[in-house]
Write a protein that binds this ligand. Structure first.
Ligand SMILES: Nc1ncnc2c1ncn2[C@@H]1O[C@H](COP(=O)(O)OP(=O)(O)OP(=O)(O)O)[C@@H](O)[C@H]1O
Length: 255
């Protein structure tokens, strides 16, 4: 299933947030959204997930979600939102309840996602016994368990220290390489965007408009820390972001 944004515009009260955003999110790709603070990235993600509706424009789902999909659009947030009294396995089971699955089906899904996120040995641990990186792996595992058509990820690694972030990026790359998933991934971190994005969408300062779409054709598994081509892409993104950030800063000081 592809997602399509068509001419999305939105205001909150008098404040214009997004202006005429059109964008395709093709199945099997990770599309990163970057842009200055307050330009409407999270708002766009909420529109994609159907949590809110834009004033104008449309979010279209093109094609069908996978046959075994339990929840087509699933979020992963910066804060992991795990239930502290449930084990790792219990937190994953939570999203599978009320779908009428047989016990054996549920067990198979839980084992599969635990294995894919390398959490099998922590099945019975409670969230408080886990590091931040592992808690976020549980949250990713829980998102994968419903076999979403699209994962909507809002700064999923930003609460983690830089080493843990590197490890989680490697995890996401190997997860995608083994079984490609579709994601819209909001981040402030340009390194994350060039490591994970097949396509990076740069939004302008508020009202957010599409400033540029940068495609990165290097296969995810071949993107390594310090890679010259990636550094070049990151520099290109920074130039675009810097112009927007400087203009936003100037607007504020002119007020
Ligand atoms: N429900 C709401 N009601 C009123 N204003 C809102 C609402 N949600 C967001 N805003 C405002 O809309 C603007 C865009 O917010 P949004 O969180 O989408 O931006 P963002 O690009 O994700 O920001 P950041 O990078 O800082 O997370 C901000 O000025 C925010 O204060």
């Amino acid at each position: 299933m592809d997602l399509k944004l068509q001419n999305i515009s939105h205001r909150y009260g008098k404040m214009e947030i997004l202006r005429d955003i059109s964008l395709d999110i093709p199945q099997g790709q990770i599309v990163c959204l970057i842009g200055p603070s307050g330009c409407g990235k999270s708002t766009l993600l909420r529109f994609l997930g159907g949590l809110e509706r834009p004033d104008s424009g449309e979010v279209l789902q093109v094609g069908r979600p996978p046959a075994d999909c339990l929840n087509p659009l699933t979020y992963v947030f910066q804060h992991f939102a795990l239930l502290p009294w449930r084990t790792v396995e219990g937190n994953i089971r939570l999203v599978l309840e009320d779908h009428g699955l047989r016990r054996s089906e549920m067990d198979a899904i839980v084992s599969d996602v635990l294995e894919r996120t390398r959490l099998t040995d922590f099945r019975t641990a409670l969230p408080k016994q886990l590091s931040g990186g592992m808690r976020q792996r549980v949250a990713i595992s829980r998102a994968l368990a419903v076999r979403p058509a699209v994962m909507l990820m809002d700064e999923p690694l930003s609460a983690l220290d830089s080493q843990t972030r590197e490890l989680l990026m490697d995890d996401l790359i190997s997860l995608w390489t083994r079984q490609p998933f579709t994601s819209v991934y909001v981040t402030h971190n340009l390194n994350e965007a060039v490591r994970l994005g097949h396509r990076v969408v740069v939004l302008s300062r508020r009202p957010g408009r599409i400033r540029e779409v940068v495609d990165i054709d290097i296969p995810l598994a071949e993107r390594h820390l310090g890679d010259a081509l990636l550094e070049e892409k990151q520099k290109q993104l920074w130039e675009l972001m810097r112009e927007e950030a400087m203009a936003a800063d100037k607007e504020l000081t002119d007020v």
